[in-house]
Design a binder for this molecule. Structure first.
Ligand code: FAD
Ligand code: SF4
Length: 662
């Protein structure tokens, strides 16, 4: 497939962008420590090599108050230039273009000295900001100009001013957070004055040639955000002030609407970008949940945007743009947030579930082998796929055995879970790459130890088996395991009890709850933008298809073990579907009536036609002992090594590491 719109170049002032793909800004969590800039330079350099038209760096604060926290990057004087030059030189050496994002966090900063237009605490922060004085405002405007001038001296091709997601500039724009009675608040002219002064100072500092982009909030998704006409007025004012590109921001961080998780449909927000594009003459970039070249091309072809900004897709595949250019398959971001945003929001750093090399380019180095070995990999789940691919790329002769008819292991069960259908893109991509790397794949082949005698090394990636229930009635006909249900081998009845409320329990509940409604209707998104912020009342949920009760033994609140950035979404969707969630449950027995449990001091019968067991997993390594007898080196990875805390993030990483070492 060709992508004529996506691959067409764009001249912006003195800078030529090779195509319409922009790598959106991401705070990566690499910013602290001695290796920070070399690591960032390797990371961005690899993306530039992968052909992306323009890179926007993670946010850099113009002063200490605007910093994200102790590890946040600040650029206030010459001392920061040497580090930034590593980034610009690495990108330019690959023929890429890079702008530095200037981000003042305002009331979202994680430190004591935060400031905002008004002293109103953010619902997602524990610290109340100090209201800025007029002197603070003038100083901060000048700080933006200084940061822009320093960025140019560091070699950047321009800067992006961050004016969305609920950070300082957005806080000035919206009546929600700007209650000022002076010239910096009140009507829209007052509320956008700070942004326009910042843009003026930055444009002056940049001079005529470098690029100035502004990431504008196309829809705030919070009460008392900007109205539709106001967004357009701000966009036009930015065009008049000399901004070259408008990039899209969608929703504030405190919005109770998912904007990028896998439950958000692909391209769900292009309508908001299209409204602004129709009102201005400068190029506008769409963003959020655009994960494939096909999707990106479709948005551009439909005239909804001039460029496409993607962030996580460039973690998943640094060569996204080059592959789009020559028709190769892309390793698509599946929107899981497990490798990137979840660790970032827990104080860690970003990598990627489907590409464990992301952010660790200096650590995960593939050295060609001098003595190729014949390697058998048993199991085509995440661990086996990753190991087979890396080992083969280094020159080993690899044969991958998979008992079932498809590659993917347990990951395939995701296809039954609403919103997780995209997860299938990962095994599809790996299957394609395995073929290209010359791996012999034997599907539908359950191997025994004796079949492996001819290999030099054996990798056991045989995964897990679901843990069985051990209580009176466990063998009742109504008891099923999660894989029976998700694979369709067993059909659930009208009343379902789910034992275990971890990630798999939640997935089973979502699969059995069925349709919960259209995305906009569920979350109360008003595309007609009748109310400021673009929100309306969520639609009434459809009548539940089943009566579902989820239970867990732990006393914690249900969903506590789910991903930090996605758990609340899964919980809200199940609550909407009428699913009951119980914690601190002791399971007693199963019989014709259902599951007998004790909840606190009280015995209770949870009536059920089907009891689904999601209480954990055991390693599946029955081959291990027999293989030892063969006297061959055997490597255990993934669930076969340790099923207790395993997820696909760990499985892909273990497989990749072994493939690079073996
Ligand atoms: P597996 O995926 O179990 O793969 C092992 C493979 O080995 C299987 O395909 C099996 O057929 C094959 N095999 C076994 N023995 C033999 C043999 N003798 N010969 C040939 N082949 C053999 N994790 C996440 O991180 N995020 C999620 O959102 C997520 N969602 C999930 C949803 C569901 C419904 C389920 C069930 C799991 C989910 N997981 C998720 C967990 C994740 O899928 C597993 O952690 C991961 O698949 C484990 O990888 P693995 O390669 O170790 O094993
Ligand atoms: Fe995408 Fe998941 Fe990778 Fe993050 S970890 S970039 S969401 S695939």
């Amino acid at each position: 497939m060709s992508f004529p719109h996506l691959l067409s170049p764009l001249q912006v002032r003195s800078v030529r962008l090779a195509n319409r793909m922009v790598m959106g800004s991401m705070h990566l969590g690499y910013e602290g420590g001695a290796d920070a800039f070399p690591r960032l330079a390797r990371f961005y350099g690899e993306r530039a090599k992968g052909g992306i038209g323009l890179i926007v760096t993670g946010g850099v604060a113009p002063n200490g108050e605007g910093s994200f926290g102790p590890d946040g990057t600040v650029l206030t004087d010459d001392s920061g230039l040497a580090g930034h030059r590593l980034i610009t030189e690495a990108v330019h050496a690959e023929g890429g273009r890079v702008v530095m994002q200037i981000l003042h966090c305002g009331r979202y900063g994680k430190h004591a000295d935060i400031v905002a237009p008004s002293a109103i605490k953010a619902p997602i922060n524990s610290v109340t900001p100090r209201a800025m004085t007029e002197a603070d405002i003038s100083r901060t405007v000048a700080d933006y100009g200084r940061a822009a001038a320093l960025a140019i001296r560091a070699g950047y091709d321009g800067v992006e001013v961050m004016a969305s997601e609920g950070y300082l500039i957005n806080e000035f724009l919206a009546p929600r957070t700007n209650k000022r009675a002076d010239a910096w608040g009140g009507d829209l002219d007052g509320r956008m004055r700070f942004l326009l002064e910042v843009v003026g100072a930055v444009r002056t500092a940049l001079g005529p040639d470098p690029i100035l982009t502004v990431r504008l909030s196309m829809v705030d998704l919070v009460e008392d955000g900007l109205g539709a006409d106001e967004v357009v007025t701000v966009a036009r004012a930015l065009e008049a002030a000399g901004v070259d590109i408008l990039n899209s921001g969608i929703g504030w961080h405190e919005a109770r609407v998912p904007t990028i998780a896998h439950t958000v449909p692909q391209g769900a927000w292009s309508w908001a970008t299209a409204r602004v594009k129709a009102a201005v003459g400068i190029p506008v970039a769409a963003s959020n949940r655009i994960t494939t070249p096909e999707m990106a091309e479709a948005l551009l072809a439909a005239g909804e945007a001039d460029l496409v900004a993607m962030a996580r897709p460039l973690l998943a595949d640094p060569a996204f743009a080059a592959k789009a250019g020559d028709g190769r398959a892309v390793n698509a971001c599946i929107g899981c947030n497990q490798g990137c945003l979840d660790p970032i929001f827990s104080g860690g750093s970003a990598t990627c579930l489907v590409n464990p090399r992301a952010g660790r380019e200096g650590e995960f180095v593939a050295a060609p082998v001098t003595a190729p070995a014949a390697i058998a990999v048993v199991g085509g789940g995440p661990a086996g796929l990753a190991c087979a691919l890396e080992a083969a790329r280094r020159g080993h002769r690899v044969t991958l055995f998979e008992a079932s008819a498809e590659l993917g292991g347990q990951f395939l069960l995701a296809r039954a879970v609403p919103g997780k259908e995209e997860y299938l893109a990962t095994p599809r991509y790996y299957a394609h790459e395995l073929a290209a790397a010359g791996v012999t794949v034997r599907l539908g082949t359950t191997v025994a130890a004796a079949d492996l005698a001819g290999f030099d090394r054996i990798v056991l990636a045989s995964g897990i088996t679901p843990r069985r229930l051990d209580l009176p009635g466990a063998d009742h006909a109504k008891v099923a395991s999660y894989d029976d249900i998700l694979s369709g081998r067993v059909r659930a009845g009208a009343r379902v009890a789910i034992l275990g409320s971890g990630g798999i329990g939640f997935d089973v509940a979502a699969a059995l709850a069925g349709e919960v409604g259209d995305f906009d209707a569920i979350w109360g998104i008003d595309r007609s933008f009748r109310t400021p912020g673009g929100l309306t009342a969520p639609a009434k949920p459809p009548a539940p298809q089943r009566r579902i009760v989820m239970m867990q033994r732990k006393p914690d609140r249900p969903g506590a073990s789910l991903g930090k950035t996605t758990g609340w979404i899964h919980k809200a969707l199940l609550q909407r579907a009428g699913v009951e969630m119980l914690s601190g449950v002791t399971y007693r027995s199963v019989d014709d009536a259902g599951v007998h449990v004790t909840l606190g001091e009280t015995d209770r019968l949870v009536e059920a036609d089907t009891v689904v067991v999601c209480i954990g997993q055991e390693p599946r390594r029955d081959l291990a002992a027999a293989l030892t007898v063969l006297g061959k080196p055997v490597h255990l990875i993934g669930g076969a090594r340790d099923a207790a805390k395993l997820d696909a993030l760990a499985a892909f990483e273990e497989g990749t590491r072994l493939g690079l070492e073996i």
